[in-house]
Design a binder for this molecule. Structure first.
Ligand code: VOV
Length: 252
């Protein structure tokens, strides 16, 4: 049997995409809208203490284009915690003015391709602060987000899962070099979703300059891992929402 890469997992992730139902929102009266906004405010106010307790991180972005109107990205310690969050959102009055657009369930993942293939020295990797910070990342609240799911191909001629470990490590090394060229411009969070959702990974990118998403993703298309083995789902791109800018967006 071919050798699987060893993976380390951190926080569970939910990307919860919603659309606004402008018909019901505009038809509601001022009082109903005020209640909805108040409950949205209370819902979002709970995110800060969770982050301070290092039990997760949250962010909300508007989505440009018609695939969705906004995404709430949640990182939490368990699937139960994510489930509780989506249910809590569904119960607030504001949710009645939204529809579900898309969602993605995954878990923050690091593989050992970059670690020279060693399984480590037996010590708890979470004791390494660099590893811990990558597995339990605080979402950077950058101006822009880009999310898409992806697979590695399993076709007869091009099957990622049939490549031996050395070849995969070599290819991932090249991938990492391109990525490193974007240090300080794009932050990536790779989440694994085999067994959780319809694709194998979720790719979440954050940047102050949205153009850097295009530059990075385009450059990677020429790299063998992406050119030969990458298969990509729908792309979602958007802009950071704060509580204030979210209210502004909803103002009539
Ligand atoms: C922003 C830059 C950036 C950087 C620095 C970077 C580096 C690295 C390293 C060093 C490693 C391996 C170790 C680990 O950390 O797991 C990875 C891993 C991974 N990547 Fe990556 N990646 C980036 C960015 C980046 C992008 C933009 C994409 C999407 C690809 C594209 O064509 O659209 C991607 C995908 C992945 C995936 C799916 C994995 C897991 C593959 C697996 O088989 O396990 N990634 N990635």
């Amino acid at each position: 049997m071919n050798e699987a890469a060893l993976t380390l997992e951190g926080w569970y992730a939910l990307h919860d995409f919603r659309s606004l139902d402008w018909t019901t929102w505009t038809a509601a009266d001022d009082e109903e809208r005020a209640v909805a906004l108040e409950e949205l405010h209370a819902f979002m106010q709970e995110w800060g203490p969770v982050e301070e307790a290092k039990e997760g991180s949250s962010a909300v972005y508007s989505i440009v284009g018609q695939k969705a109107d906004f995404v709430m990205m949640f990182l939490r310690e368990s699937l139960e915690a994510l489930n509780a969050l989506e249910t809590a959102f569904n119960k607030i009055a504001f949710a009645q003015y939204t529809t579900k657009a898309y969602s993605y369930v995954s878990i923050v993942e690091l593989s050992n391709y970059a670690a020279g293939g060693s399984a480590g020295d037996g010590s708890d990797p979470m004791l390494n602060p660099h590893v811990a910070a990558r597995l339990k990342p605080i979402l950077p609240q950058a101006k822009h987000i880009c999310f898409y799911p992806m697979n590695k191909k399993r076709e007869l001629a091009d099957n990622w899962y049939m490549l031996d470990m050395d070849k995969r490590r070599e290819l991932m090394h090249s991938h990492g070099l391109i990525g490193r060229g974007y240090a300080g411009k794009v932050k990536q969070i790779i989440t694994g979703s085999v067994g959780f959702d319809d694709w194998e990974w979720g790719v979440t990118l954050f940047a102050e300059d949205a153009l850097q998403f295009k530059k990075l993703v385009y450059e990677m298309r020429f790299d063998e891992v992406s050119a030969r083995y990458g298969e990509f789902g729908p792309f979602y791109v958007g802009n950071l929402l704060t509580e204030e800018s979210f209210e502004e967006l909803l103002k009539l």
